[in-house]
Design a protein around this ligand. Structure first.
Ligand SMILES: Cc1ncc(COP(=O)(O)O)c(C=O)c1O
Length: 402
């Protein structure tokens, strides 16, 4: 006798988590996808200039660690990071005015991972996070994935307004403030020393974590270095400083770090264990070797010199390219410049027309946690030569004039 089994009915697989479902495709991303074409002059990216990577120096460092320490370089490592790299990072931080021990540092897989780890370690769904308006896009994503309520703090050309910050802290009871105080992405602006002291003071009096993200600070073209918020009175026990080699060495290394008070750093280390166990050993050892054998500061000074010429090329051509009544910043370093066109220009609506001229920018709207300013846009000035920048701006002018 044969037993016939009932035909299996098809049952749907369970749905994605709500946080994954909420991350949809963006129309801007679709338009910007075409900017990968070689004929497009792309001011939309955020890529360091690849011809300036010290490929030879980095290759030497890898060769040395693989020849001399292969068993170590290719082995699992500790979650906190390779001691030799943590020592070097602590020394670089201390020399820049913030006394730091190797034990204060957790090496991360890019500073982007530090943001995810902090979100995991600090945020419950529904917790409030304050950010700059506008804010680095992938930080908005990291806090959004954690289910946070993300609110923008009003500011001006100098960055967040400490008075407005204090009012929001009192009203909204946030857990943390995320800020990029130096050569911010996307605006290029830098928070002056007086405001840094005031932000540290608000955090100290009102009870608030500060996440101070500084991937661009070393790329200074002019002006005096401004101390980290972490170094102001009251901020020491509540500020997490994030650093990265992405913009000063190479982003493909995926090397970042965070400097945080002990309890929070330990929580981030546990979160990192669950995320990736540790940052690739060979990359950490090669970076430490590079720092020992080469002069990273001299390399960064060379890169900053080239970026300065590119910023100047962009500043020189913007007046012609943008419609009358536009305003824009003059960043003293970093990679980005922010512009506002007069009303009723809408940079998202204008983008397809501009891209048809084979040039691209990023509209400002996605950088806002709350109500966007539709007339803003971000331009990256470091990836093209001055001649290409001049040509790109000519095309931008054509596109905007229609
Ligand atoms: C403000 C800011 N933070 C963090 C990152 C992430 O950098 P990393 O390559 O170190 O992950 C970026 C990258 O563009 C950035 O602009």
């Amino acid at each position: 006798m044969t037993v016939t089994e009932p035909a299996p009915t098809r049952v749907c697989v369970p749905p994605l988590a709500a946080r994954a479902r909420s991350v949809g495709g963006s129309p801007v991303r679709d338009i910007l996808a075409v900017t990968a074409r070689p004929e497009v002059i792309n001011f939309a990216g955020g890529l360091p200039a690849p011809e300036l990577f010290d490929a030879e120096g980095i290759a030497d460092a890898y060769r040395a660690v693989l020849a001399e320490l292969p068993a170590r370089a290719l082995q699992y490592s500790t979650t906190e990071g390779e001691p030799v790299l943590r020592e070097a990072l602590a020394a670089r931080t201390s020399v820049r005015g913030l006394p730091t021990d190797a034990d204060d540092v957790l090496v991360t897989t890019g500073s982007q991972q530090a943001l995810s780890l902090l979100a995991t370690a600090l945020l419950e769904p529904g917790d409030t996070v304050l950010v700059e308006a506008p804010c680095y896009l992938a930080a908005l994503q990291a806090f959004g994935f954690a289910g946070a309520r993300v609110l923008g703090v009003p500011g001006d050309g100098d960055g967040i307004d400490p008075q407005a910050l204090e009012e929001m802290v009192v009203r909204e009871r946030p857990k943390l403030l995320y800020t990029v105080p130096t050569f911010q992405n996307p605006t290029g602006r830098t928070l002056p020393a007086g405001r840094r002291a005031a932000v540290a003071d608000v955090a100290a009096r009102r009870g608030l974590w500060i996440v101070e993200d500084d991937p661009y600070g070393e790329l200074r073209f002019e002006g005096e270095r401004v101390p980290w918020i972490a170094s102001y009175p009251g901020a020491a026990d509540r500020t997490v400083l994030l650093g990265s080699f992405s913009k000063v060495m190479a982003p493909g290394l995926r090397l970042g770090w965070l400097r945080a008070p002990a309890e929070l750093r330990r929580a981030c280390a546990v979160a990192k264990q669950a995320a990736d166990l540790h940052t690739p050993t060979v990359n950490q050892l090669a970076a430490a070797r590079y720092l020992a054998d080469r002069d990273l500061d001299a390399h960064v000074a060379r890169v900053a010199g080239v970026y300065r010429e590119r910023r100047d090329a962009m500043l020189a051509g913007l007046g012609e390219a943008l419609p009358e009544g536009s305003v824009w910043g003059r960043p003293q370093g970093g990679m980005f410049l922010w512009a506002r066109l007069p009303e009723p220009y809408d940079t998202t609506a204008l983008l397809p027309r501009v891209v048809r001229q084979n040039v691209a920018y990023v509209p400002g709207a996605p950088f806002y946690a709350g109500e966007p300013d539709p007339s803003t846009l971000r331009l990256c000035f470091v990836t093209q030569t001055p001649d290409e920048i001049a040509e790109g701006l000519r095309r931008l002018g054509e596109g905007l004039r229609g």
